[in-house]
Ligand binder design. Structure first.
Ligand code: ZN
Length: 500
């Protein structure tokens, strides 16, 4: 091994210690820290991420990357280290342009804004969050100006979450969906349906925790490399492929919520657990493309998890753990988990109207960064769009504009990833069925492991080393298109709702 590569690896090892501690504090802030302890954690997370940022932008790292990227040294690297050096050099050059004090102020504002959002949401008071939101918008745009000076701000943000994706492409995909789904949902909504009351009967949170593990085991989330925590808003994080954490929230009268969150976050978790371990703690590991990431969580949650065949092998077990389901047939259960209705909360929405929740947020973000709509006017715009796409208006900010955490930590440009994920899923489903045969057959025969294995081999193990459009090209042999997803929706819901 070259002397420089050796030195570079040592440098990364030290930098990882700071990242590791930062992540650990973040995990603790989300899952355990009491209200009065928050401030000290904000201090600590600011301190350690500033250290990591300093190492990530140091002259020393710059020199190492420069040397390794030079002819001679570079050719001697294997493919993994070629990727790592190229990616890190690009990120180094981008981050180097951010003044350290600007970055530190951003991290601090991010933590404060997160806390303010929590309180504002609990009090359902947008005005308490508005100044923090304005700050996050301004600082996010400022940072993008440093990292991507040649890109339009919102395209730069989209590119940060799904590299290679821009608003022109997304406009086209989302327009195709709108054109087909608006009339489809209208037809469905016209069909009367009454929710069986069993779905809202008391569900012991401890029983829900057991159901969560039953589901995680079933889809292939590994216990020896995984852990579960509790948070208001479920998420997944990972230290490496060997330590992946998912969270959940257990509503006493809505057990379906934690069940589908478990499957969703489990999908993210399975992805991370199956990235090539040789990539651990480098930029090659942990998939950085949120559209691709969401495609995996949403594949398990919707494409698999909302099929009757998914539940066939485990329905008895579910009824044992949550006895209210003993009075519900599997057919009734299947009908309920595919009930389409216009509702306020994105994370609780069915897979069809979910598309409108994302399109709404995407249009809001374009309004924020392109039309510079003032923060105070955002709740009104939100409500207008709810009326337009879902024909309902939130009664308060908590069930309206304050419902999601994303904007509070500056994750503007993230929302479209969810729907891009579903769009990719339509394509992946086609590819899987072409290679493995009917997904329903596999599932009802208890062969879900073969589907997980296929996803491991085709998608997961590459981590960040394949760009989204390359993943699509390699797996599906064509460019991204919303057609397969539209076809899947039409076939499935025409059957369930007996549409003409
Ligand atoms: Zn997700």
């Amino acid at each position: 091994m070259s002397k420089t590569l050796d030195e570079f690896k040592q440098y990364l090892t030290e930098m990882n210690q700071y990242n590791h501690v930062t992540e650990l504090i973040f995990w603790d802030m989300q899952t355990a820290v009491p209200k009065l302890g928050q401030d000290a954690h904000v201090e600590a997370v600011t301190y350690f991420s500033a250290k990591s940022f300093a190492m990530g932008t140091s002259e020393k790292l710059g020199e190492l990357l420069e040397t390794l990227a030079a002819p001679g040294e570079y050719e001697a690297l294997d493919d993994t280290w070629k990727f790592i050096v190229t990616r890190m050099k690009r990120d180094y050059d981008r981050n180097k342009r951010i003044p350290a004090e600007v970055y530190e102020a951003y991290v601090r504002a991010q933590a404060e804004s997160g806390n303010a959002w929590k309180e504002a949401k609990a009090a359902s008071d947008f005005s308490a969050f508005a100044p923090h939101l304005k700050k996050m918008i301004d600082m996010t745009a400022e940072l993008a100006g440093y990292t991507d000076p040649d890109m339009e701000v919102y395209d730069a943000l989209l590119n940060q979450y799904e590299e290679g994706m821009d608003s022109a492409t997304i406009d086209g995909l989302f327009d195709d969906l709108k054109k087909e789904l608006i009339p489809l949902v209208k037809q469905i909504i016209a069909k009367p349906y009454t929710h069986p009351q069993e779905f809202f009967a008391y569900a012991d949170p401890d029983a829900q925790r057991k159901v969560q593990w039953m589901l995680l085991d079933y889809i292939g989330f590994r216990r020896d490399a995984g852990a579960v925590g509790e948070t208001e808003h479920p998420f997944t994080m990972n230290f490496s492929s060997k330590d992946v954490r998912v969270t959940n929230h257990y509503y006493e009268n809505a057990p379906l919520s934690s069940m589908f969150s478990a499957i969703h976050e489990g999908g993210h978790g399975i992805f991370e657990q199956n990235v090539n371990p040789a990539y651990d703690n480098t930029v090659a590991g942990s998939c950085n493309y949120m559209g691709i990431h969401e495609s995996q969580s949403r594949f398990y949650e919707n494409i698999l998890g909302r099929r009757r065949s998914f539940w066939e092998p485990i329905y008895d077990k579910l009824c044992e753990l949550l006895p209210q389901f003993q009075k519900v047939s599997l057919d009734e259960f299947y009908r309920e988990i595919n009930q389409v209705e216009n509702s306020m909360i994105r994370t609780e929405a069915d897979e069809l109207t979910y598309c409108f929740h994302v399109i709404l947020r995407y249009e809001m973000e374009k309004a924020i960064f392109r039309e510079h709509v003032p923060v105070e006017e955002l709740p009104k715009l939100w409500n207008q769009k709810m009326q337009e796409y879902l024909q309902i208006i939130p009664a308060n900010d908590a069930e309206g504009i304050l419902q999601d955490t994303h904007w509070s930590d500056g994750s503007f440009g993230y929302f479209p990833s969810y729907l891009l994920g579903s769009i990719y899923d339509g394509m992946f489903l086609e590819a899987i069925e072409a290679e493995l045969g009917s997904v329903d057959e596999l599932l009802s025969e208890g062969r879900i492991g073969e589907i997980t294995e296929w996803l491991n081999q085709k998608i997961h193990r590459y981590g960040s080393t394949r760009l989204p459009k390359d993943v699509i090209a390699k797996v599906c042999g064509k460019e991204v298109s919303a057609e397969p997803l539209i076809r899947y929706f039409k076939e499935k819901y025409t059957k369930i709702y007996e549409l003409a």
